[in-house]
Design a protein around this ligand. Structure first.
Ligand code: GLU
Length: 262
């Protein structure tokens, strides 16, 4: 039932993490863009929030892996943001669609002047049928570098533009009752608005990878979006086309204003 709401959404924010669009998974950019464009071509306004700047610089800077110190992380983000946007634009060129780069911080969205500037720019980009691609502005903020919190930024962007749906993509296809892979872990298809998820066991976020988020930041972001009226679908990058076509996948977080009887 809930997944039908995907096809009714007029404005959708999709968030993807570093590990889904860099390194061995760089080939996931084209299918991700295909799914975003299929939605865009239905007349939907689509915004992508993408991490992956630091991870996209690892090869160009001949680094062995994700840099450890903050200054090198910021330098890598400055280099890799460019690489990442080039990859998205090259992929979007197949459809003649333009990307617009928007670098923001959570703090920008709390400052009334910055917030209204960001809102005006986003509205205009969407009017112009440009696909805005948002990332944290890592030169002036390190929230995501430190806490893996582009999930939160995505929820704040969804709130800023009054999105009808936030799709949080990760390597895992749903929220599970305990870390997937552990015996007895079951996917949770639906989270009612008043569910505090107290029975869910969260695992280690996998600090060895290029990404920094995990189920914890996704739940916190989903709760924020749901409380501000945007339902959230949490699923895997591999399932994005299915998710955006209204297919039965992932975990749906009911938003506050939605009827309980869905
Ligand atoms: N916003 C940064 C990026 O896109 C940080 C992500 C991270 O900490 O890996 O790369």
């Amino acid at each position: 039932m809930t997944r039908d709401a995907v096809l009714g959404a007029r404005r959708i924010v999709v968030k993807v993490g570093s590990s889904s669009v860099s390194g061995a998974n760089v080939g996931q950019i084209d299918p991700l863009v295909d799914a975003l464009v299929a939605t865009y071509q239905r007349g939907v306004e689509v915004v992508l929030v993408s991490s992956g700047a630091i991870a996209s610089a690892i090869a160009s800077l001949n680094l062995d892996g994700r840099p450890q110190d903050l200054a090198t992380q910021q330098a890598a983000a400055a280099v890799g943001q460019n690489v990442l946007m080039w990859r998205y634009q090259t992929s979007l060129d197949r459809y003649g669609i333009l990307a617009g780069q928007v670098l923001l911080t959570a703090g920008d969205l709390e400052n009334p002047t910055h917030r209204s500037n960001a809102q005006r720019a986003m509205e205009r980009l969407l009017d112009l049928r440009i696909l805005p691609i948002v990332n944290e502005n890592d030169t002036v903020a390190t929230q995501e570098i430190r806490f893996g919190d582009n999930d939160r930024l995505a929820a704040l962007v969804a709130e800023l533009i009054g999105a009808d749906l936030l799709v949080l993509l990760s390597d895992i296809d749903a929220l599970y009752t305990r870390p997937p892979g552990e015996p007895g872990a079951r996917p949770i298809p639906y989270v009612p608005f008043d569910d505090d998820l107290s029975g869910v066991e969260l695992g280690d976020i996998g600090a060895a990878g290029v990404g920094t988020g995990g189920a914890g930041t996704k739940i916190a972001a989903a709760k924020h979006a749901a409380a501000t009226g945007t339902p959230v679908l949490l699923t895997s990058t591999a399932n994005v086309a299915l998710a955006l076509a209204g297919g039965e996948t992932g975990t749906w977080f009911q938003a506050q204003s939605q009827a309980i009887a869905e």
